[in-house]
Design a protein around this ligand. Sequence first.
Ligand code: FEO
Length: 177
Amino acid sequence: MKDIARQRMSISVETMDLLNNQIKMEAHASASYLAMASWCDQNAFTQSAAFFYNQSVEERSHMMKIFQFVNDCGGSAMSPAVGETNHDFSSLEEVFETALEQEIQVTKSIHNIVNECKKNNDYNVENFLQWFIVEQLEEEKTMRDILDMFDLIGRDGIALKMIDERVTISEGEGETE
Ligand code: FEO
């Protein structure tokens, strides 16, 4: 019975497992951005807090996009358990460095799934993930642009305030369709 059910899936079991792992990563990213938003809020970086609240919502929507795709393909999407989330940051710069590092890991994971799709002839998954490849490029660029401001503007109190004022949610962010 299990084998017949699997034959009805339009993705391979290997790829489904990788997508379920990606669901977990996106859920963790959402939780992590929420922690960053909280830190920014507590330290009066209001623009950065708004930015991370939005990022958190966006990551959840990425998770849901993959979740629904797995089920649409006849697979079994697994509701993820989110483990410990770091709330401890020493500076605004460290928050954005952590965010960039997180995005780089997500990008690597997406690229790895695309490579596996090629091996398993999962063309529809490969096609589905193209949106995520473009999205990751944009998200990494956003974080790098913000981090560049620390070198350009500085790291003292006034500079941090100026950087925070320049952290904006660009048009189209938060949208997943
Ligand atoms: Fe959905 Fe930015 O990882």
